[in-house]
Design a protein around this ligand. Structure first.
Ligand code: PAF
Length: 283
């Protein structure tokens, strides 16, 4: 496995693979890798000749300075995991390498980016689009892999690729959960033991809402989830929205869409967590 710290080094490594006619899969990450990331890498290794993984904590997508400061950085351990999973190239650039000057590009993915995370974290998706587009230009992958835990991000990346006419296939991959149901997240490592126990209410409530939803209205299901979270000490609900899986716009009734997803964001102590559940699968 090779490690590139600059775009030139990265292009050199990838260029060699391209001259040999190899296909390139790409997994963008912010490091602090866990089994969720590993599943993306495994899928890419299976579907491509070469897998490139970027490890870069992107400052432009953090609207909270403390969140950026506290974000876990574990490059050495990340490289061990990536080597074991069969990644070919790790790209670990500095902030100066990715942003030699301020990126002033302003994207609009309305209405996808005006709801949920877009409404709660102003500028977040603009920062995501800035870095992911730069990474796509540097790597020029055939396929890129994103987890469905960041459901809204996945929809926005698909839209960005459409808007910028970037020739990459975006592959969405299912959420990977801990044995007890907690959705895997790099932020889970920041939870105390007590907070982690409380955080279990999230997946338990979402799973419990599935059978509940079959016998209740969408609005009652929403209230069911909201109440369960609000009644748990130490959890502070930011939103639970039941949306169309393509447009991300809130639905009023189950019959309003064939692809229905419930998306949740909350604070567990000081740590912000997100998760989602599909009430109706995409066809
Ligand atoms: O999902 C993430 O880890 C990040 O938002 C991404 C896509 C790597 C961009 O920094």
């Amino acid at each position: 496995m090779k490690i590139a710290y600059t775009i030139d080094e990265l292009r050199g490594f990838i260029g060699e693979c391209r001259t040999e006619g190899k296909s390139v899969g790409f997994v963008p990450t912010m490091g602090a890798l866990h089994q969720g990331h590993a599943s993306l890498v495994r899928r890419s290794v299976k579907e491509n000749d070469v897998t490139v993984v970027s490890v870069f904590v992107n400052p432009t997508q953090f609207n909270d300075k403390n969140d950026l400061k506290n974000y876990p950085r574990t490059l050495e351990a990340d490289c061990v995991l990536l080597e074991n999973e069969g990644a070919s190239i790790v790209f670990a650039p500095s902030v100066e390498e990715m942003y030699p000057q301020e990126d002033t590009r302003v994207f609009s993915f309305a209405p996808l980016d005006t709801v949920m995370e877009g409404a709660c974290r102003p500028g977040h998706f603009n920062g995501v689009a800035q870095i992911v587009s730069k990474l796509f230009y540097a790597v020029e992958p055939d396929r890129a892999y994103f987890g469905e835990k960041d459901f809204q991000q996945l929809a926005i990346i698909r839209e960005m690729v459409r808007q910028l006419s970037i020739g990459v296939e975006i592959v969405g991959c299912p959420i990977v959960r801990e044995a007890d149901g907690l959705a895997m997240s790099s932020r889970n490592t920041l939870l105390s033991c007590e907070e982690r126990n409380r955080a279990l209410t999230i997946s338990r409530t979402l799973f419990a809402s599935l059978p509940f939803a079959t016998e209740h209205t969408l609005q009652d299901t929403k209230t069911f989830v909201e109440n369960a979270i609000n009644e748990t000490d130490g959890l502070e609900l930011e939103y639970f929205q039941v949306v169309d899986g393509n447009t991300l716009q809130e639905l009023k009734e189950w019959g309003d869409s064939d692809y229905v997803v419930g998306c949740i964001a909350l604070f567990c102590g000081k740590i912000r967590l997100i998760d989602n559940i599909k009430y109706k699968e995409d066809k």
